[in-house]
Design a protein. Sequence first.
Length: 219
Amino acid sequence: MASVLVPVLYMIIVFGGLGVFSYIYRRSAASKSLPPYFPTHAERNAYVTLLQKSDPPASDALLKSALVRRAMTDVQRVLRLREDKPALQNLLQKGSIGDDLWNSLLAAEKELEAEIMEVVAEANSFVEGWGQVIFPTANEMIANEKMRSLFESSEATKQALAIKYNMKTTPQALPVTSPSTSQTVLKSPNGQAESDSESVVPATSTPSKSSAKKTKKRK
């Protein structure tokens, strides 16, 4: 009888200890604050600061500009979540990442939904119906800023390459009309004049032989 009770008690102790450990671990993990998926929303804090300013109060134009900047940051975060969520879900299924990162993404998604609703409400408080177009406007502004940054970077790259390889722009040939011969002359970069055969226009026209014979016959 004692030989039967010993293994039973051993199994009860082992499984009971594992159950207590898992309960304590899950409770401590739930009590821990999740790491933020996004950094601090500086644009939202700036808008709230301007909104609470009372001496003197911020103008409506400044508040609207700050609200648009806040919406632009929200659009960028939405785009990032759309790109990161499928990849993180795939990594989570493979076991490459832990549940804490996935839970942090889900928490950021819920927080962003509440943020978007708050921005829409703030926009409608300025102008009725503005909340429906503030995010498309913010998206267009982000695209314009990207195009401008690409253009500026390309111009800077061209200037850097020109300085690096000592690239000099060669002057183009400019057309000059000679008053004596009425010919179009091209000035080459070395200063010599080169006539263009196709653009030569005679100053005076001489009569042909056939026209001279016709005048003699008439006489």
